[in-house]
Design a binder for this molecule. Sequence first.
Ligand code: HEM
Length: 497
Amino acid sequence: YNQQDLDPVNDQIVIYSLQTKGNITIATTSNGEPVDIRYTSTLNKELLNNHFFLETNTHLNRKNIPLRFVHTRGSGAFGYFEVTHDITNICRADFLDTIGKRTPIAVRFSPVFGSADTNRFPHGFAVKFYTESGNFDLVGFDTPVFIIKDPVKFPSFIRATSRNPATNTFDSNMLWDFITLNPESINIFMYVFGDSGIPKGYRHMTGYGIHTFQVHNKEGEVHFIRFHIIPNAGRKYFTSKEGQQLDGEDPDSFTRDLYDAIACGKEVSWKIAVQILTLEDLKKANIDISDVTLKLPLDIYPLQPVGKIVLNRNPINYFAEIEQLAFCPSNLVRGIDGGIDKLFQARRFLYEDAQYYRLGVNKNNIEVNYPRNAKVHAYNRDGEAPVRANERNSPNYYINSFNGAMFSFETDRPDLVQAVQTPPNNTAQIAQTFKDMSMEEQERLIDNIVSSLSPSIDFIQNRAVKIFTEINPDFGERVQSGLQNSNKTKACSGILS
Ligand code: HEM
């Protein structure tokens, strides 16, 4: 075969064989003992003396680790971030300090729920920057807003959008009960049910950091930014029909497209830009700038370019490099102080907790998570593998008198501002989003809402229509008429003939 004629995804294993000359090595047990070919058949033989048989089977029994309970399926790749514009006047992070400077990155894209890439729900866009002062993780979505403002509602949202505990099916009553009892969530669903709900593959997907991050410069002055990640391949989307068709034909279509594009040497890149606000802007704004259910108006706070991200390497081993990737909003670097809202505060420790359960307490010692460009000494030792060199023979406590690692002191490091958070209030923004859509776009939005809402019970539908009417009477009326014309599920209609 000629490698140029082979498909990077379909023929990966064939390409591997072309790139290797003969068998790569002798097969051994994990202990390094060569496995005799006679051990590969066990018929009429003593099993307990066959270490190969025992090891391959008992290892298989332990193959799976806990999955991420959200964003379970994902695709990832590696590359670099390059600074294209100077923002040292607002942020002292060293990976941003020189135009042209490159920092290695890992990226993972993920549908929040479901088993298909084309699922009409938000998608995750998470970037790990391996900077010289530790890893910075930007863990965002493809929507500019989040579902809720108060983190105490997060578990309920996850449960309401998960399978019904009795029927084990997705449940329209649960979803729309949650949405209508927490109407601030409608802002994100304007994107989910709107034209930007299903990106045309990850290369065309936009990313948003969503939170308002506090940053500071060398003088200790604070500013506030929102991150936007804009695809150079252009923002493109699938319609519901296209998405459903692709879901049936190839649930891995985005994963395949990303892998293929990188393997075929296509430019896979995004621009990173930020909206910048001063402390004064924050104080005088007539909206809660820290509210993750609100986007910040681009005409008032325009985008300032910062850099670009380029993906140019596919994972060599999916489990090692993507499944074990662990993004944490608490992975911040000097100069980026973090989101100023309560939801970000919750995320700071809940990701860490999830990953202790999923990957173990030494998750940052796993190669793909290790802050490889920084010098690490955390005064953490022992625990579940991997422990790397376990901080060798250095002193294991602080403060100590024996040349153990010392703490730094950054003069002018500002405290995180305490945003006063009001109850969510984003109706005006939702109304504006609806108004800004063309008639055809509104039609598609309403069709998608109706198809999701129509299996719900009447009182939930009525509650939804009331909220849509409050947003815009025409919106409410059109959802209601769509519901009247839809075929509501009848009793026992799920039985296949
Ligand atoms: C209270 C609010 C939230 C909580 C408690 C929460 C919790 C979690 C947890 C526990 C995980 C799995 C982590 C792991 O096992 O590696 C996760 C994944 C993720 N979350 Fe959140 N989340 C919240 C809000 C958000 C928001 C606002 C965004 C976007 C701005 C977001 C984006 C993501 C992404 C992209 C992933 C997948 C990361 C990956 O690819 O590994 N989450 N979330």
